[in-house]
Design a binder for this molecule. Structure first.
Ligand code: C5P
Length: 213
């Protein structure tokens, strides 16, 4: 069975998808990590602005996502792909239809024959249109920015909610307006608005719904 969870940045998708996968005993697939890994690889050995270079680098690497660990050609890049610089550059890869089609192929190969909870922007619409269960997880922009602020402050970062909201608005716009693989609720997805809910509440709710199906 394939469960897809799509939604905007900061909606808690990764934590919810990871928790739900653990409860169900399913594989967890973080597809954002794949776009991050490809971006990191091009930053290291290619030219982000050249499509030829983006494709050559992406085609030449093997990306593996094992739980929280992300590997490029067997090398652990889990923390290297979470920098602000990688986040800023992702749009070069995420907006490229050829890169997307290569990564979608890889996502399908990883999921083949498995029970999976997969998380991203286009999982229910493009990667797995026939998924048995689709969730669109969202929250208001202010709530998402507040959550990010709490996380980042806990890590000792000095940043205001307004600064987070401003960069979040840019990412939302980039995600919603790309021509291929744009962030969109699949027609048959269940929308869950998580304002005021704890992560634990959300996981429990989704587990109940999926198991009922
Ligand atoms: O989920 P995360 O924030 O780590 O994803 C990083 C970026 O990768 C997103 O902002 C989005 O632009 C892109 N992405 C995508 N399609 C996916 C998953 C992520 O375009 N399926």
């Amino acid at each position: 069975m394939i469960v897809t969870i799509d939604g905007p940045a900061g909606a808690g998708k990764s934590t919810v998808a990871r928790g739900l996968a653990a409860r169900l005993g399913y594989l967890f697939l973080d597809t954002g990590a794949m776009y991050r890994a490809a971006t990191y690889a091009v930053m290291q050995s290619g030219d982000l602005k050249e499509q030829k270079s983006r494709i050559m680098v992406t085609n030449g690497i093997q990306i593996d996502v094992q739980g929280n660990t992300v590997l490029i050609n067997g090398n652990d890049v889990s923390s290297l792909i979470r920098t602000a610089e990688v986040t800023r550059n992702i749009h070069f890869l995420a907006d490229d239809p050829l890169v997307r089609s290569r990564l979608v192929k890889r996502q399908r190969a990883i999921a083949r024959g498995q029970n999976v909870v997969t998380e991203g922007r286009d999982q229910g619409t493009v990667a797995f249109p026939d998924a048995e269960f689709k969730i669109f997880l969202t929250a208001s922009p202010e709530e998402r920015a507040r959550r990010r602020h709490t996380e980042r402050s806990a890590l000792g970062e000095e940043i205001t909610i307004d600064e987070i909201l401003a960069s979040q608005n840019i990412r939302d716009k980039q995600d919603e307006t790309r021509t291929v693989g744009a962030l969109q609720k699949a027609a048959d997805a269940l929308e869950v608005v998580t304002d005021g809910m704890t992560i634990e509440n959300v996981i429990a709710l989704l587990e109940k719904i999926v198991l009922k199906k």
